[in-house]
Design a protein around this ligand. Structure first.
Ligand SMILES: Cc1cc2nc3c(=O)[nH]c(=O)nc-3n(C[C@H](O)[C@H](O)[C@H](O)COP(=O)(O)OP(=O)(O)OC[C@H]3O[C@@H](n4cnc5c(N)ncnc54)[C@H](O)[C@@H]3O)c2cc1C
Length: 224
């Protein structure tokens, strides 16, 4: 089957944290996607049109734009650095959206750093439909400055938004590793759904801790 690609433009770029950008892209007419889906993105400049990288759509399907939240790695000298250098109207090629995460019911979102991206549209949708109770977000970062959308997540989730920092003491946020003891302390029901997103080592470790605490493997989702 021939993969359908779309030519889009960057409509706006804003900085969310010191190393994270929010890109809003033009939305092709009739473009459809679901919450938790991802796309492949390439820069539409000579020599780069075939270099696709995966990113999660953080907008909601009815938004008039497509939104990506991109962590930039300048030291890799690769895709995200090139993307960060494009300005407004920067040309991109995107693929159709494909399943990455799938919302299956109430439970706990567990994210590290830019791993928050699939949960942003889910939480926004839950908030819009008044279904936040029954959901918790455990969010691990190095420092407070790394927390993406801190205010918006706080507003949506209130006391169900739990931050843990590994490299900075903060009077109002937890400090340390998101390990088994921490999960045991923060999670009251291990029969719920668990959604984990972060670096592979993080996701694998968290999944193991959850299973040790009695969570069923079928209830745990891990994506990128
Ligand atoms: C399904 C899915 C969804 C994703 N969604 C998002 C998202 O919403 N937001 C987001 O920010 N990211 C997301 N990612 C991750 C994102 O695709 C990568 O972070 C990104 O493509 C890497 O870009 P880069 O700048 O490292 O460039 P690349 O061009 O991919 O890498 C450049 C070079 O850096 C090298 N490199 C790799 N790691 C290191 C390292 N630690 N130190 C030095 N060099 C290194 C590579 O070998 C390569 O040669 C997602 C990934 C997947 C699989």
């Amino acid at each position: 089957m021939i993969q359908m690609n779309y030519h889009v433009q960057i409509k706006s770029i804003s900085r969310l944290t010191h190393d994270t950008l929010c890109l809003r892209l033009s939305k092709p007419h009739g473009y459809r996607y679901g919450i938790g889906q991802a796309i492949e993105v390439a820069i539409d400049n000579p020599g780069y049109e075939q270099q696709f990288r995966p990113f999660t759509l953080t907008s909601l399907p009815f938004d008039p734009y497509l939104e990506l939240i991109v962590k930039v790695y300048p030291d890799h000298g690769g895709f995200t650095q090139a993307l960060s250098r494009l300005g407004e109207n920067g040309p991109l090629i995107i693929t159709a959206a494909w399943d990455s995460y799938d919302y299956r019911g109430e439970g706990v979102f567990i994210a590290a750093g830019s791993g928050i991206t699939p949960f942003i549209p889910m939480i926004r949708q839950l908030s819009l439909s008044g279904r936040i109770p029954g959901h918790t977000l455990l969010y691990a970062n190095k420092t407070e400055a790394d927390i993406i959308h801190k205010q918006a997540l706080n507003k949506a989730l209130g006391s169900r938004f739990i931050n843990i920092l590994s490299r900075e003491y903060h009077s109002k946020l937890d400090y340390g590793r998101l390990d088994q003891a921490y999960l045991k302390d923060k999670v009251s029901d291990f029969s719920e759904h668990f959604y984990i997103c972060g670096p592979e080592a993080f996701s694998g470790a968290i999944k193991g801790y959850l299973i040790n605490q009695g969570a069923a493997e079928a209830q745990i989702q891990i994506g990128y």
